[in-house]
Design a binder for this molecule. Sequence first.
Ligand code: ARG
Length: 464
Amino acid sequence: MSTQKPNNDALWGGRFSEATDAFVQEFTASVQFDQRMAGEDIRGSRAHARMLGVQGVLTADEVNQIDEGLKQIEAEIQAGEFEWSIAREDVHMNIEARLTDLIGDVGKKLHTGRSRNDQVATDIRLWLRSQIDAIKGQIQRLQSGILTLADEHADLIMPGFTHLQTAQPVTFGHHLLAWYEMLDRDYQRFDDAQSRMNRCPLGAAALAGTTFPIDRHFTARELGFDAPTRNSLDSVSDRDFAMEFLSAASITSIHLTRMSEELIIWASAQFNFIDLPDRFCTGSSIMPQKKNPDVPELVRGKSGRVVGHLMSLLMLMKSQPLAYNKDNQEDKEPLFDTVDTLMGCLMSFADMVPAIVPNADAMREATLKGFATATDLADYLVRKGLPFRDAHDVVGAAVGAGVANGRDLAEFSLAELQAFDARIEADVFDVLTLEGSVNARDHFGGTAPNQVRRQVAEARARLG
Ligand code: ARG
């Protein structure tokens, strides 16, 4: 960052009689972070200049000079040779001032018929739109890894939990498909947010529009927007698209914390359901036996930043009168950090999930312990003619006896079971086995291995 004298380069200095306080200059600048949108800013400026050319506001030669100048600036930025200046406040004025350095007075015509207010609103939309593409790509990569693992373990039985208490046997593949579904909705939310933000604010100028004969449909098309925004005041003040993005990011982050928490529990010595490959874990500097699930723990922790950024932006926008206010400059850092944080979380999950190694024996043993097939016995009695509520009672008594004697239902003899209800016959053992239990839930959305394989195939076809 160069240390120019205050306001030497400010593009708005005409009505000012003294220089901006040096601290205020630094305090109000945004170039330290908004230079990240330089590519989008240049793209927007090139489209704006072309439009001014087509409309006869600029000559073909002027448009050409501006275009060449902007291309050179882009190359300078990419090469790391561009000198960003705090005195030039933000990415927009840094680029515009450099353009004038390069091509002289023609550079000063670029800002005809626009304002930084519509310019920044355009830049953020362009930037966020492409970042969401990257996020969606990572979500799909994670989903694809989940499907591979689910398919491989469509038959693997584990306890399904409610209240973190053993509830009913499920298949590991089925559990993984629940994660897939959460991510599927996340993907749709991003997709939806993206389509709503894909309107071009350019041409709204400061707030009221411009006196020049602009063609807003032209710039919208050039920049790949579906249409121009409809109201100039709204165009420069709307940040819903950013709030919406942060909401979608927060929900995804929270989903990732749920998956993280399960991985952390499953990887504990007490559960021992899975092994996380060493490359996703670290050790302890004091306890030689430790292998810590750092990646899921960090992903769980990072959700705090993402949800915090959503809160920041909501508070930033609260009660702001129309149209643009300088407050809005504070929208960028939360957005940037959210994108970086979420991308990191998704990328590490997409790498890690397919590498999870389940421990079939431990899962089976745990499922056998918690009376997981009690509901199957109740359903069996219903099929033998008992109303469900009475069947629930009978099985409750059997479970009570099992707890007292340290035995699972399948470990009772037929005679012992018949003591609870005479309708019980030898075929009861078919439903008391874990395989019998999961295979019986063979309907759309159920846990049966058949259904898991079917869902995997359908999801694969959707993912493409
Ligand atoms: N740096 C500003 C921002 O991020 C650009 C828009 C400034 N507009 C203004 N009228 N001061 O919001």
